[in-house]
Design a protein around this ligand. Structure first.
Ligand SMILES: Nc1nc2c(ncn2[C@@H]2O[C@@H]3COP(=O)(O)O[C@H]4[C@@H](O)[C@H](n5cnc6c(=O)[nH]c(N)nc65)O[C@@H]4COP(=O)(O)O[C@H]3[C@H]2O)c(=O)[nH]1
Length: 527
């Protein structure tokens, strides 16, 4: 029971770990996808910002080309009006001006008097493009502007429009436009960007000396993760439910006897009990029958007449036989070696007699523990003869190898008599149901009497099972039955108890409980 509970606990712990893992994976995946989204978002924003910057600067170039083409260029009313028109029509330009070298002569607001020196440009290129990143316009000195000049005209731009890009799903982001020297030209911030941990990207213009830098605090990804969690958590929940369902089914299945038996056999956890077989004449212990037992710590326990047929039905009875042989020799091997006159009787199932598989197992067991083959006896029931010819052959070879063979539960099946004619055996075990009839009126003892006669006529040794009373014992002994087993002599014992009681009796220290135990061939001790 304890083991079963532990297994159930283990299963539930695995389920718990599985559910936690599912939720953990959902969180991790959502976090990963959100971080990817955040990276894609800042890349997109940076790309859009630099595209927009390029577009504005290219458009300024187009305007400057147009202004250069047109006449008059004399700061007269027509010229000023054209400058004003250009500034008015363009969504990007604040002001347009006419220059001679780096001297500003007039703007869309009128003639500049005296001409204004703009200083050296911050950048120029081979095509004559010049840029001043931060100039105070005459009309609005506080709104610092960017001046782009080509040939004989210049235009004023507000760099803030470079960062006027599509808003993103990011709850916090900072977009900056910088000159190639790192001077901040424009900056916009959405949400609270007050974290120390950022993800950041920069895109530079291929033509102009500007770059866009976009950064977003790492925590902003959490807001995006929520979106994924909304879909992933229900899926994880569903999978968790499936896990719990499977575990509950498994636990329920594990309670079924067939699963429990299969597991016990797989784990090699079958216990054994040994019931002494006595010589009725002096009640000495000559051997013992090996009886399989369901382990006590695996409740509810099943009786052998429940789990042995079940093992047969499940096709795992050979595993049971192997375990019984292996364990009985492990427990009693050295005892048997010290007592070559003592034997163990192993129950064989029908399947064990369909092929000679058992022979090398017994041979190996006897060899390992240095035992006589006669110390390893086998008991076959009538039911074992499902493939009679194969069973007869296996029994022949067992006997040839020195193992004595007894027919168990004789008389309880239908083929008893026919079977006895076909197969050569060493002993016949008289079933408990016939032994019980001894206590009945004389007329009911007919069958047992016939069985005993028949065994004698076939020169078979006889072992009566289930002897519980002195009356039964006396009757059987009187009828010439040589051996018996039953509660009258001893209940099935553990290996240690069997050895202990045997040795006590041998040393003449027999206590009340071993009063009926005498050692084969040794003087009898009676209390
Ligand atoms: N009422 C009563 N019962 C007594 C008395 N003396 C012995 N018994 C019981 O009678 C059964 C004798 O074993 P079985 O006829 O071979 O019958 C066995 C045997 O056919 C089968 N079995 C047990 N162990 C194995 C095994 O390892 N392999 C196979 N194939 N069958 C096994 O299970 C059957 C039942 O075994 P158990 O329950 O251990 O029951 C045992 C034993 O405990 C008594 O005085 N009174």
């Amino acid at each position: 029971m304890k083991r079963q509970r532990l297994r159930q606990l283990k299963t539930w712990l695995i389920v718990l770990a599985g559910v936690a893992a599912l939720y953990g994976i959902a969180l991790l995946v959502a976090g990963y996808l959100a971080r990817q989204d955040q990276l894609h978002a800042i890349e997109r924003i940076a790309s859009e910002a630099i595209d927009r910057t390029d577009t504005v600067l290219n458009e300024a170039g187009d305007v400057l080309h147009e202004l250069h083409e047109q006449e008059p260029k004399d700061c007269g009313p027509e010229h000023i009006a054209r400058l004003r028109e250009v500034a008015f029509e363009s969504a990007f330009l604040r002001e347009a001006g006419f220059v001679a070298g780096n001297w500003l002569l007039c703007t869309s607001f009128g003639v500049v008097g005296p001409p204004l020196w703009s200083g050296a440009p911050d950048w120029d290129d081979s095509e004559g493009f010049r840029i001043w990143f931060s100039i105070k316009p005459l009309a609005s000195p506080r709104a610092r502007s960017m001046v782009v000049q080509w040939a004989d005209h210049n235009v004023l731009l507000d760099p803030r429009q470079f960062v006027d890009v599509r808003s993103s799903e990011l709850p916090a982001v900072r977009i900056s436009i910088l000159s190639d020297q790192g001077r901040l030209l424009a900056d916009i911030q959405r949400g609270t960007v007050n974290a120390t941990d950022f993800v950041e990207t920069e895109h530079a213009s291929e033509r102009f000396p500007v770059r866009a830098r976009v950064s977003s605090p790492k925590w902003a990804a959490d807001a995006l993760a929520d979106r994924y969690l909304k879909t992933q958590l229900p899926v994880a929940g569903l999978l968790a439910l499936v896990l719990v369902f499977i575990a509950a089914r498994r636990i329920k299945d594990e309670r079924k006897p067939e699963h429990r038996l299969t597991r016990l056999l797989k784990d090699g956890r079958i216990d054994l009990a040994y019931q002494p077989i006595v010589r009725l004449a002096d009640r000495s212990w000559v051997g013992c029958e090996v009886l399989a037992r369901w382990p006590e710590d695996d409740t509810p326990t099943l009786r052998p007449d429940e789990f042995v047929p079940l093992a047969e039905r499940l096709g795992v009875v050979q595993r049971l036989t192997d375990l019984v042989v292996e364990r009985s020799l492990r427990e009693l091997g050295s005892f048997l070696h010290r007592r070559p006159e003592f034997y163990i009787a192993l129950n064989l199932a029908a399947e064990d007699l369909t092929a000679p598989r058992i022979l090398p197992i017994l041979r190996e067991g006897a060899r390992t523990h240095d035992l006589q083959p006669a110390q390893l006896r086998v008991e076959a029931t009538e039911r074992s003869f499902i493939t009679p010819q194969a069973a007869i052959e296996v029994i022949r070879r067992l006997r040839e190898a020195g193992h004595m063979v007894a027919l168990d539960d004789f008389g309880t099946g239908y083929s008893s008599l026919g079977l006895l004619q076909e197969v050569t055996l060493d002993a016949l075990k008289i079933d408990r149901m016939f032994v019980m009839t001894i206590d009945s009126p004389e007329s009911d003892r007919g069958v047992i009497s016939h069985i005993i006669d028949m065994a004698h006529s076939l020169s078979l040794a006889t072992v009566a099972e289930g002897i519980e009373t002195e009356v039964q014992c006396d009757y059987l002994q009187g009828r010439g039955v040589e051996y018996g087993q039953g509660y009258l002599f001893s209940r099935p014992l553990s290996a240690d108890d069997l050895i202990h009681k045997f040795e006590l009796a041998e040393r003449g220290l027999s206590a009340d409980r071993v009063a009926t135990c005498r050692i084969a061939g040794a003087p009898t001790h009676k209390n």
